[in-house]
Ligand binder design. Structure first.
Ligand SMILES: [Fe+2]
Ligand SMILES: [Fe+2]
Length: 473
């Protein structure tokens, strides 16, 4: 295992691919199919334009990225595992706690591990497909570049999962790798596995909300897989997290710039009518927060889950930062408090920590979401405007788990289904909101210029100027 990545090969890697001819051949025969998928399902147009992209050159912490103009099809998708720093790495949790981590898949866990890897792998190309048409309405070249950067990295995450499938699951793995390219977001016959990944990302407000809220679900799923007893999976996910951090940064700063523009308009024109001046008003932004936060919460699954409990006990998937949690890491008798919906009331209940693993991860996620929301609110406050963006109550607008049968307002009060029908368009984006946001989506391609609804970023990419030609058209 080396920190440095070998770029002399068709498939850049730091896993010593050239010494495993069989695996190398399998991956090389998948390569043209992947390229075909990228051309047909990846970003629409702009495949022949040079984009200022960063490429991973090393998996160590310092200076792992290189920036330069690249045509997207020439991006070097590769296979990178984080370095192993522990000499004698041991399993941290579950019934195998204390045993050596596994370098090969134990026969008894083949099926669940395969399912975990395929489910994670399926989301990666799905998000590229969801965002396929966005470049046509990019609000600036920087934004277009950020979109493409996220897209090539999600495609690399697909490579990461395909590597694991092919290296460790034999013929089954090769078949799964094919199917990852055959399913397609929103396809009625062969949809992506998770519902949320079959919705199109229709506009840039949704894109930024998606990268803030939904990529953050990805962060927590990956972080719990970095705890896995199956070491190649753990180290693969570790490196993916560094890329995921960038996607969430794109989301957070994107939303921040939309907020900034709304505040600038309010102050400049001394008005609340942000729409009149081509901005996205804060109440509309709040509705998008309500929507994207609630659908992303659903991705964590049901509060009580025996599947999640089994994954944990088997050592396949841990909790967020397992090391930092002070308990026995087996959870046979540990309690955990979860919110439940019973007799039309939301109540707290003490349940087994083992069966409530999903809920605990969702708790960590919500806390993390709140931190960025606080930074957005500081921007609003600093602009002298009275408005606070709030994450809705966890029971609001849920489709999965205990709250899926509940009608709950953003403030957490339980309401009747009639009240819900009456009020929901005050809380979630309406057809008119969507149409308004859509009407703002016009492509801006002059370097240094931005669409009416978003402020310029504070700094350019990799210390380049704001008006650098991030995509050469
Ligand atoms: Fe990803
Ligand atoms: Fe991502």
């Amino acid at each position: 295992m080396e920190a440095q990545i070998d770029y002399s090969q068709l498939i850049p890697n730091n896993v010593g691919l050239s010494s495993d001819r069989k695996l190398q051949r399998a991956l090389e025969s998948w390569h043209p199919k992947f390229m075909n998928w990228w051309q047909t399902n990846g970003p629409d147009s702009y495949q022949e334009n040079e984009v200022y992209l960063r490429t991973a050159v090393s998996v160590d912490k310092k200076g792992w990225a290189h920036f330069g103009p690249v045509k997207m099809p020439d991006y070097r998708w590769g296979i990178f595992l984080a370095e192993s720093h522990e000499q004698d790495k041991r399993i941290k949790f579950g019934e195998h706690q204390g045993e050596k981590v596994w370098q090969e898949v134990p026969a008894e866990y083949r099926a669940p591990l395969r399912r975990l890897i395929v489910t994670q792998g399926d989301t990666e190309p799905a998000s590229v497909e969801q965002q396929r048409i966005l470049a046509a309405t990019a609000p600036s070249l920087v934004d277009m570049r950020n979109l493409f950067q996220v897209n090539v990295e999600e495609a690399r995450h697909l490579w990461a999962m395909v590597y694991l499938l092919m290296a460790h699951f034999g013929r089954d793995g090769r078949e799964e790798a094919e199917e990852l390219l055959q399913r397609s977001s929103g396809d009625p016959d062969k949809p992506r596995i998770l519902g949320a990944f079959n919705e199109q990302t229709p506009d840039w407000l949704s894109f930024y909300m998606f990268t803030y809220f939904t990529d953050r679900d990805g962060k927590y799923q990956l972080a719990s897989l970095t705890e896995s007893a199956f070491d190649p999976l753990a180290r693969t996910c570790q490196f993916m997290l560094t890329e995921e951090a960038h996607h969430m940064h794109v989301g957070e700063t994107g939303v921040a710039r939309i907020i900034q523009k709304a505040c600038d308009i309010m102050n400049q024109y001394k008005t609340d009518d942000v729409r009149r001046h081509g901005g996205i008003d804060l109440p509309t932004l709040q509705k998008y927060v309500n929507f994207h936060f609630s659908v992303s919460e659903d991705l964590f699954g049901a509060e009580i889950s025996t599947n999640a409990a089994n994954y944990y006990t088997q050592g396949l998937k841990g909790r967020y930062q397992e090391n930092r949690i002070k308990d026995d890491h087996r959870l046979k008798d540990e309690p955990y408090e979860v919110s439940t919906f019973r007799d039309q009331k939301i109540a707290k209940e003490e349940v087994s920590a083992l069966t409530s693993i999903n809920e605990r991860l969702r708790d960590d996620y919500i806390e993390d979401c709140q931190r960025g929301v606080n930074r957005w609110n500081k921007l609003i406050k600093d602009a002298g405007i009275e408005f606070e963006i709030k994450l809705p109550h966890r029971a609001f607008h849920r489709q999965i788990g205990t709250f899926s049968s509940a009608c709950v307002a953003p403030d957490g009060s339980v309401i009747s289904s009639d009240q819900w029908e009456e009020k929901k368009l005050e809380w979630l984006p309406s057809q008119q909101d969507h149409e308004y946001v859509k009407s703002l989506m016009v492509q801006v391609t002059e370097p240094g210029k931005f669409a009416s609804w978003i402020a310029a970023p504070r700094i350019g990419i990799n210390s380049q100027a704001i008006d650098y030609e991030y995509v050469r058209l």
